[in-house]
Write a new protein. Structure first.
Length: 446
């Protein structure tokens, strides 16, 4: 998912040998200038508190990849590639946005029964609940080809131009670009519980808390992995790697040109990690994000002030954060007398104040009592001819209380005293903080 070699250097064009070192150093300096000149293409957003179901994006935005699609709901997973982004929804479907130059978005809309997703540089993967894998996008290095043959898969990972699959027996399959042996799984590798893929290297987390790495070690992205213990999660950036330990601390190794492996002093209480091209992310247990490494494209500053986060992902130069807490729903008892529910039009007199009453319960059956649960109460004029429901008799009850919203602890009812407008037909809408809406219809006469 991290094709930094296209912007940085490939192992074929820039090797760290004594003969080529000065050439590489010159190239790195040029790269810094290029990034500085292009970092104006960023997501223009302000961090916020994420409520359940919300997604937030920041960083580079050349193809729209850094801005979350509006209206997304019921999201269960997120993944960021080079210039595209993916989300998995609760119903097993996938939404994709950003660049479609290689078809990395196209087939996503056709998928069903998906349980996991992974975004590579220019390709995408989806794991279905039957243990098979679907792949779409660029196949320039065969990163799609072998996916159709797999069964019994429980996890997937997408690198720049290669792909990984973890099988339920704890073994790993790899396919795609193998120039640096990143798709050559070490003999005897077993007992794997998690996988991650970078540009030219791959990682596997074993159930004993150790890490196995293979592929390119040009920048030390493999070297320190063998020393680790008590690891519970891994992440592969373009040319660096991260490990989350069970004590909530983070280890980093590999390339460090932008400080992407310089874990901030005192970083603790981490529950998730992600690695991009030149930056690293840590999600803390309090729902905030710490970012270190390059500040190009606002990669670090974009997370400032962001709270309520439960999941993170890093693309090449953009990031996504989400609150994947299931959106709560309320059980609405319906409007209480004298107001009728939507199957009946309430006939009343214009200019009077009528009590609109209702009860809410949460999924556990407990009464919801907070006024904050009511996001808004609005009424809009409607065409009387649009009312196809049966009209009731004229509302007989008129309230003597003040207008406004209140909650009665005795009857466990919300009450809104509606001062009715001029004669006509109206739709009264209650909007709740869950996104649910309840409506009542009124026909007011003089």
């Amino acid at each position: 998912m991290l094709n930094y070699s296209r912007y940085f250097f490939s192992e074929t064009s820039c090797e760290f040998s004594s003969r080529s070192l000065s050439r590489c150093r010159h190239f790195l300096l040029m790269l810094g200038a290029v990034i500085a000149l292009t970092c104006g293409v960023i997501t223009n957003v302000v961090a916020e508190a994420l409520s359940p179901g919300m997604i937030f994006g920041w960083g580079r935005n050349v193809a729209g990849e850094g801005i979350a699609l509006p209206g997304l709901t019921d999201v269960t997973a997120i993944s960021a590639g080079e210039t595209h982004s993916l989300v998995l929804k609760k119903d097993g479907t996938v939404k994709a946005w950003g660049s479609n130059a290689f078809g990395q978005l196209t087939d996503s809309e056709k998928l069903t029964d998906v349980i996991a997703i992974a975004a590579g540089a220019n390709h995408s993967l989806a794991l279905k609940k039957d243990g098979t894998v679907k792949a779409w996008g660029s196949n320039a290095f065969g990163q799609l080809t072998d996916s159709e043959k797999l069964i019994d898969v429980i996890a997937i990972a997408a690198g720049t131009n290669h792909s990984l699959a973890l099988k339920k027996d704890g073994t790993v399959k790899a396919w795609g670009n193998d120039f640096s042996k990143q798709s050559t799984v070490p003999d005897g590798l077993a007992d794997v519980v998690a996988i991650a893929a970078g540009a030219n290297h791959s990682l596997a987390l074993k159930k004993d808390g150790t890490v196995k790495a293979w592929g390119s070690d040009t920048f030390g992205q493999l070297t320190d992995s063998e020393k680790l213990t008590d690891v519970i999660a891994i992440a592969a950036g373009t040319n660096h790697s991260l490990a989350l330990k069970k004590d909530g601390t983070v280890e980093a190794w590999g390339f460090n040109f932008s400080g992407q492996r310089n874990v901030p002093d005192g970083l603790a209480d981490v529950k998730a990690i992600a690695a991009g091209a030149t930056h690293s992310l840590a999600l803390k247990t309090n729902g905030t994000i710490i970012v270190w490494g390059s500040e190009s494209f606002g990669l670090r500053a974009g997370a400032d002030g962001l709270t309520g986060v439960t999941a993170i992902t890093a693309g090449l130069f953009h990031n996504l954060a989400a609150n994947l807490t299931p959106t709560p729903t309320y059980i609405l008892s319906g409007f209480q007398p004298p107001v009728n529910n939507p199957d009946v039009v309430n006939a009343g007199k214009a200019g009077r104040t009528y009590p609109v009453k209702w009860q809410l319960k949460d999924a556990a059956g407990n009464f919801v009592t907070s006024l904050a649960a009511i996001k808004s109460i609005t009424f809009k004029p409607a065409q009387c001819a649009d009312f196809t429901s049966v009209q009731t008799e004229v509302l007989a009850t008129e309230t003597s209380g003040n207008s406004g919203l209140s909650y009665d602890d005795i009857s466990n009812q919300y009450r809104f005293n509606w001062a009715t407008p001029s004669a006509g037909c109206y739709v009264l809408s209650l909007s709740f903080d869950t996104g649910q809406v309840q409506k009542a219809y009124f026909y007011l006469r003089n």
